[in-house]
Design a protein around this ligand. Sequence first.
Ligand SMILES: CCCCCCCCCCCCCCCC(=O)SCCNC(=O)CCNC(=O)[C@H](O)C(C)(C)COP(=O)(O)OP(=O)(O)OC[C@H]1O[C@@H](n2cnc3c(N)ncnc32)[C@H](O)[C@@H]1OP(=O)(O)O
Length: 172
Amino acid sequence: MKHAFVPPADLEPLQRHPKAAAPGHHIDLHHSTCFGCGDDVPLGLHLKVIAGDGLTVSADMPVASWMQGGPGVIHGGVLSAAFDEVMGTSPLLIGSAVVTAHLEIDFAEPIPLGSTLHFDARILGRQRRKVYIASVAHIGDPERPVASAHSIFVTIDVKEHFAEHYDKRVIL
Ligand SMILES: CCCCCCCCCCCCCCCC(=O)SCCNC(=O)CCNC(=O)[C@H](O)C(C)(C)COP(=O)(O)OP(=O)(O)OC[C@H]1O[C@@H](n2cnc3c(N)ncnc32)[C@H](O)[C@@H]1OP(=O)(O)O
């Protein structure tokens, strides 16, 4: 993949949290009306992120017709949202809640409607509150990624971070 993102060389390695979801298990939803993972939203990605070994996660996403951008292919923004969700969920493996600070995507091939995207993501390490994460997606051949992503997520205190907006949350 062609990309310019270079993580810092001095990233602090991270350990899996003792209470993290076991490999092969679904990482719990962060809330049921989230566009990325919520079960209760009629139109959402409904992603189920699965814990892998070490600091890895994975997810599958059928590319539905409502995700169309160019004719017959996925919209780049929908793909970006899926990467955001998969990568943003992974720090729960280290017991941290995060928000996206920086997200960059390389789109390598058009992704047809009707295909199933498989995402793999890996936490690379931490620098202070910044958690660096990389992800790739393929549609059948792991040796042939159709897109990849790099991101910086920043750890937050959930209550403090959402305090100002919590009253405006949507409950279905
Ligand atoms: C209700 C229940 C909820 C439960 C929750 C649990 C979550 C579990 C699952 C989540 C799954 C979600 C998956 C989707 C995730 C989203 O989509 S989150 C939504 C989109 N993102 C946002 O809304 C974030 C908006 N931005 C912000 O709120 C603030 O800018 C931030 C990111 C919190 C940082 O602000 P801050 O706390 O004041 O910290 P600050 O000192 O500015 O930055 C900290 C470090 O990050 C760096 N940094 C900040 N911004 C950037 C940037 N853009 N680029 C590079 N570095 C940056 C700073 O340089 C600094 O680095 P160092 O100085 O340590 O080197």
